[in-house]
Design a protein around this ligand. Sequence first.
Ligand SMILES: *Cc1c(COP(=O)(O)O)cnc(C)c1O
Length: 459
Amino acid sequence: MVYTDTRDNEAKVDFKTAVMNGMNSATGGLYVPVEFPRVDISKMMKDGKVDFVSAAFEMAKPYVEGEIPDEDLLALIKDAYPFEPKLVKIDGQTYVLELSHGPTCAFKDFGARFMARAMSFFNKSENGKLHILVATSGDTGSAVGSAFHNVEGLDVTILYPEGKISPLQEKQLSTFTGNVRALKVKGTFDDCQKLVKTAFTDKDLREKFRLSSANSINISRLLPQSFYYMYAALLAKYENPGKEIIVTVPSGNFGNLTSGLIAREMGAPITGFVAATNSNRTIPDWIATGDYKARPSVETYANAMDVGAPSNYERIAYMYSLEDVRKLFASYWLDNDGIIKAIKACSDSTGYTIDPHGAVAYRAWEDIKAGALDSLENIDITKPGITPNKPEWADKAKDAIGVILETADPAKFSAIVKDATGKEPAIPERLQKVMALPDRAIPMENDYNKFKDWLVANL
Ligand SMILES: *Cc1c(COP(=O)(O)O)cnc(C)c1O
């Protein structure tokens, strides 16, 4: 597969280059494959059922062709996914796609675990270790730390702002041994990012170590997220022949939704999408007004979606015109009060405990299947709710099958869920285990020279 760049159509690189570089530093653009081949759906079936590993293999193959042999790709996928997405029916026309069954209990495991193994595969033809440096404000760090843990040839240093992430998040990224370690920096997330960025531009350091990042914009995190869209859409279609499938995606940086678009291009039977956000409504506003205005993020209960300048906007706008986006997407946003009410409503009417991120998608789909797309006049886009945009599938919405993405286990947001429902969500065993591990974070001053000295002495 040839990959080009959202800012330069002349750019042409292979998968390895796109993975190892993360982005095109010459233009600042993001890598995208030049095509999204249709896949053979019959090859994704095993014993008459949709098989996740087979789906993943068929979906990944065209993107790594000639660079990762089939048997290595299959081994990589099996190693990355000892868990599966689960499609759970919660009412007559709604499924929840649970993406939280991986080690860190959030959907980022799907992308991060594939990326780690792809990097490790390509690193085998290089000399020595590849050192990954990541700055995190919480969730990314734990997914990356866990995904890279004990993966051959890779070594990870995570920087996080001391005292500024949740106790559970801190446990999830600071308790590793071996090839993954965390530095708790006396500073903010921006300070952590600055330390990492300075390291990447430090010639002296780069002569000593091969450095890389594990950024969420890496194409090797996006492609594997398309696997579960294909899997879920096929399952939902087989259970509901002849019905349209609408997928609602709780979104922040819009990587997850971009992966859904990729799956649809490759033949997943998805009729349309609902782009659902919290109060960070940059994309709903863009769809409503046609003006894309990035803005500072605001804090919400669905905090992994607190993004005011979603980086994958650039990929979506590269792949589709605004007119196409308006045909394909409904859009919706929800404030904190709405999030609490949605968690409670979901629990009361279906018995299903949903997390604050999934709750945004739940409310959006509830309103749409109840007819929100029928009357779009006089909508004030500064108030929570449906965006005044009628997608092509609007007339079929009330009769469609909805798949809403549940991106995290509710136990990760226990206090908010308890506030809403009065009940503490059950804590999965793997989270309980992590909570009991000793904290191994290494204290670090917000001082580049001290950080560098530490790297030189310890990597
Ligand atoms: C990262 C994250 C999101 C947002 O996903 P994007 O790909 O950034 O849109 C939603 N929910 C949870 C729990 C997340 O961790």
